[in-house]
Design a protein around this ligand. Sequence first.
Ligand code: AMP
Length: 530
Amino acid sequence: MSEGIAKKEEKPRKFQAIRGTRDLLPPETALWNRVEQTAHEVFATFGFGETRTPIFEQADLFARAVGGETDIVSKEMYTFVDRLEKLPDPPTLGDYGAFIEQAEKLMATEELPAVPGNRLAIERMKRIWDQGNVLGTAGESPIEKVDSAVLEELYKMVVLKDSMELGQSISLRPEATASICRAYIEHGMQQLSQPVKLYYMGPMFRRERPQKGRYRQFYQIGAEVLGGSDAPAIDAEVIEMVMTFFDRLELQGVQLDINSIGDRNCRPKYVELLRAELLKVKDKLGPDSQRRIETNPLRVLDSKLESEQGIIATLPRIADHLCEECAAHYAAVKHQLEMRGVIYRENWRLVRGLDYYMRTTFEITAQGLGSQNAVCGGGRYDGLVELLGGPPTKGIGFAIGEDRLILSLQESTSSLSASGKAPAQQGRDVYIAWMGERAHATAIRAAKDLRKAGFSVELPPVEQKFGKALGQADKLGAKYALILGDNEVSEGLWTLKTLADGSQQKLTEPDLLTFLKREKAKADPSLRSG
Ligand code: AMP
């Protein structure tokens, strides 16, 4: 330790979670678990299997799948250069020839990423080095002829200062569809019986401006159907599955919006028409929308700007411009939803900005979320797997924002009671108040047996006076205190105190278990049949 640091009595630094990230703590995590458990159960009944893909992938995967021009990829991705597994040895005695040769070899075996930046860097070094070699006359070492200071500088610049991509460029996933499609291709899942139905849950990362319902690390639960046909029943069943999931969770104020955005045949014509109409009213639009007339006119329909709403209402609607196939597909999806009793609202302004999205798009909103009220977005993306180098493959999927889903559930009181909302440390069934060494041994055994039977048990690590123990049991919100002292152990009759009414009874060990099980079944009717 340097003297300076040793002398100063610095306060230990306080650490905080990084902006846009947060800790999920009890009791809230109980609700997260319940939501995730419900997803596992519901999705399994629809024949979906869980997939867990890495949370980081090659940056290019997302650039390709999500689109290099999207905000997500251009501004919001957490991208970093991985460390090189094998670094070319630094040039010894100024021998850059060996360094260059080694770097080229590593690039050939992909141990050094063969990206344009690296090729250029090596090319540059090589040019200067070769020049030096040519300059060198017989008997003179080239090193002396090349301006070694220049080479040194170059070496520092390209290798040490990160201008060379030493490792591959990696991104934390901003969404999971790209990863699932990558996995589908990588594992040859097109050989399996089609379609392949997969779901996932886990953290996603986007460097967005944090606000309520918008985080930089957030969680999604999503599903994808890949391969097979684009039968409208597939679209409808995927939507039915999300709605069933939300229904099971008793999510309040659920609103499903659907739309069809056509395909490669009809959408470009509609986009041109839209662009032409938007140009006529350009002056009345805000700067964002004005820009989007050129870059992505469909996104203008997304606009929430109050002043633009009147204009948007007069724009041509895609439903009137779908080709015959897309119109038939859309009609069939709606019919299929009706057959399944799924209530929807058509929303012609619901679009996806990315080229490979086609036909069905949908969004689900829920109550209690303010402006960030979308809990789920989804759509058909028949071109994506092919775009990532796989065979032509149909695809449809959705992603639920789990953070927002939880926020909305917390807003509605009915779900709070259903989730067993409680102080952070509640949830104990039995608090064991023991005194004396013999009682401790019995208490340990009792705790083991009770836990095995599925009860939550608090076993204090050190002896406490009974009065204090009962106070502690109360604080933890325990339902019962099991009192074990010398008398109880010698008699084989244990004292059970019901904390709600203070009543006490003496029970043998087997009777205690029977009693607790019966009481638990009374409190939770779902346990009675099982
Ligand atoms: P997307 O992948 O952008 O289609 O988003 C799907 C869903 O994920 C949205 O409807 C939101 O519920 C949720 N979501 C997207 N971005 C965030 C974020 N930054 N924070 C929290 N939830 C998000």
